[in-house]
Write a protein that binds this ligand. Structure first.
Ligand code: PBG
Length: 332
């Protein structure tokens, strides 16, 4: 008599993995182009781009090239693009006034994208770091990052971006009370339909290293961001932050970084069931690209697997530098 697996027939779980068709039927989570938000870097000048050394495959683009990139992203079906300005020391001042200048790089890029690719949603970053002399997200007084004065500046920055035509504002500064202050100002100024994607659970992470090179902040930054970004050891605090941001008027919330914090994504999604996003940050991108360049990992496969992991963890979307490449693989 042939041996059989006892005692339950259902212990043959391999039945559902037998063929591509069976695996497709059984698959719980899938990645689609609708899940992608593409972060891009904008710099001064015309018709030019420069590579970001620590992020192979990523470039900084002038405003006109950003508009072209947006057209390409739109044709690939990518629903949103997120703008980060590259700023030299000349844009950085004690009062950070450039942050709410209607003519700053971000606001120029918003208008150029709206004109060239009207169907793609435009997301922004709200924080003082590109324009701050010391590279911090908030004003520094006597060595301390001051909260409320910073929030007032962030509100001005938010209004300038909304005025330029941004669809989704992304406060990434981690000051207390900024979501409520920004939402109140948007309502008062007739921008009721501008969404807020709050960088709610943003950890003080070493995975942001390559990004700080990309935006020119590495040499400007003095000290670290631990008094405002979250402690990597904490998990419950993320839920308190989400609850607070929701009450203050956030439409969407983000966990950042991504892959090392998938447990947070899952807890947030299970607790609130609201639109939840993860940021696969610069260091995660650099790590995968470096291993692929060395032939140690299959670049395409780890890219797709890492993105799918966010869906499995409960995310509704992912900010990723891989967005156009992933969109192409998804058949866009
Ligand atoms: C700045 C900001 C950072 C990132 C997005 N917005 C860096 C930081 O907080 O120092 C990181 C993005 C990435 O690493 O890809 N407010």
């Amino acid at each position: 008599m042939k041996p059989t697996l006892a005692p339950y027939p259902a212990t043959r779980l391999r039945r559902m993995r037998k063929s591509p068709a069976m695996r497709a039927l059984a698959r719980q989570n899938t990645l689609t182009v609708d899940d992608l938000i593409w972060p891009i870097f904008v710099m001064d000048g015309t018709d030019d781009e420069t590579p970001v050394a620590s992020m192979p495959g990523v470039v900084r683009r002038t405003v006109d090239r950003v508009a072209k990139a947006a057209v390409e992203a739109q044709s690939l079906g990518i629903p949103a693009i997120c703008i980060f300005p590259y700023t030299g020391m000349e844009a950085r001042t004690e009062d950070c006034a450039m942050a709410w200048d209607p003519e700053n790089l971000t606001n120029q890029a918003i208008r150029a994208i709206k004109e060239a690719a009207p169907d793609i949603a435009i997301m922004t970053d709200i924080a003082l770091d590109p324009y701050n002399i010391n590279g911090h997200d908030g004003f520094v007084e006597d060595g301390e990052i001051v909260n409320d004065r910073t929030v007032a500046a962030l509100v001005k920055m938010a209004l300038a971006q909304a005025e330029a035509g941004a669809d989704i504002l992304g406060p990434s500064d981690m000051m207390d009370g900024r979501i409520g202050a920004i939402r109140t100002a948007l309502e008062a100024e007739g921008h009721q339909n501008v969404a807020i994607l709050s960088y709610t659970a943003k950890y003080a992470s070493a995975f942001y290293g390559p990004f700080r090179d990309a935006v020119g902040a590495s040499s400007a930054l003095t000290g670290d961001k631990k008094t405002y970004q979250m402690d990597p050891g904490n998990s419950d605090e993320a839920l308190r932050l989400v609850e607070r941001d929701l009450r203050e008027g956030a439409d969407m919330i983000m966990v950042k970084p991504g892959m090392p914090y998938l447990d947070i994504c899952r807890r947030v999604k299970d607790s609130f069931g609201l639109p939840t996003y993860a940021y696969q940050v610069s260091g995660e991108y650099a790590m995968l690209q470096a291993a692929a360049a060395n032939g140690w990992l299959d670049g395409d496969k780890v890219m797709m697997e890492s993105l799918l992991a966010f869906k499995r963890a409960g995310c509704d979307g992912i900010l990723t530098y891989f967005a156009p490449r992933a969109a192409k693989m998804l058949g866009g």
